[in-house]
Design a protein around this ligand. Sequence first.
Ligand SMILES: NC(=O)C1=CN([C@@H]2O[C@H](COP(=O)(O)OP(=O)(O)OC[C@H]3O[C@@H](n4cnc5c(N)ncnc54)[C@H](OP(=O)(O)O)[C@@H]3O)[C@@H](O)[C@H]2O)C=CC1
Ligand SMILES: O=C(CO)COP(=O)(O)O
Length: 323
Amino acid sequence: MNLLSNPDRPSEYVPQNITVIGAGAWGSAIAFLLNQNHHQVQIWSRQSEVPLSAMVADSDVIISAVSIKGVRAIATQLQTANLRPDVILVSATKGLEPATLATPSQIWRSLLPVYPLVVLSGPNLSKEIMAGQPTATVVASEHPHAAQLVQNIFASRNFRVYTNPDPIGVELGGTLKNVIAIAVGACDGLNLGTNAKSALITRSLIEIIRVGVFFGAQPETFWGLSGLGDLLATCNSSLSRNYQVGYAIAQGKSLEAAIASTVGTAEGVNTAHVLMEICDRAQISVPVSRYVHRLLRGEITLQQAVEGLMDRDLKAESLQEHS
Ligand SMILES: NC(=O)C1=CN([C@@H]2O[C@H](COP(=O)(O)OP(=O)(O)OC[C@H]3O[C@@H](n4cnc5c(N)ncnc54)[C@H](OP(=O)(O)O)[C@@H]3O)[C@@H](O)[C@H]2O)C=CC1
Ligand SMILES: O=C(CO)COP(=O)(O)O
């Protein structure tokens, strides 16, 4: 059945098969939500005995929830798989690829351009979702019917899903806040107070928007769940792995020890490096992210980062600031 052929289908329409790629924290939470909605869900990971190409053969929807380092390998495998012609691809990764500076959706689009792609992102701490706590998210696509279909398959009493027509904006909100969560974790680890934390979060949102606009995103997207919403969630929760890394560094741990003490992937560490390359090339002013980057590279101490941010030239509170 062509899932896109009937835009007027009833909202309770249930696809036959969904494959979730990635059995980490996020892939497991996604599968949990879909199982609750009685879909036929299968999870594939590198440990699976069934080849990916065999598992996806009958899938109506394929959801990728692997970390950024796995995205290209997975999309490349799917290029030679015998996919349904009407399959919908969903990208749930929050990261940037070092070799190409690409976002996950840019990788998916370049390798599998013929299939509608939906980006799923929002304030979605997996442990809260697995505990059945109320959560909202965003599904964004240039194909409105694909976004609506993904909205319908996920929506439940505990999981409220909004559509959005700006996939790159939705994706970058979720990706770039990981760098900021490291800064805010460090801020909390140093007990710098609520004023400092609010200033960090608010000024960081401005720099996330600057980068987003460079990528062609709509500024208003970043005021929504996938921007401000995810920034607030990740910067206010010790469940966030990125926050945990910043907090551990403030406790005196090395970056290596901070990463080792964090269960799961903290994408913000890699994202900080890729983001700096993008911002250096495009001359985008991102002072908070830049100090996080210098801290992670061991170029400055945390105390120097705090002083450096506070000592910068005085300026107007403007979005249009350049370096
Ligand atoms: N956890 C959360 O609350 C949320 C996470 N995200 C994002 O989802 C992504 C995954 O996060 P999360 O599940 O938490 O991380 P985990 O560390 O728990 O899991 C990482 C997943 O990526 C897979 N993976 C890593 N490298 C490769 C590779 N080279 N090829 C194939 N698969 C690979 C792992 O497979 P394997 O087990 O075989 O190593 C595993 O399934 C990240 O981008 C994260 O930012 C987004 C929203 C919420
Ligand atoms: O993206 C997330 C919540 O929306 C998860 O954040 P962490 O990757 O920092 O745990």
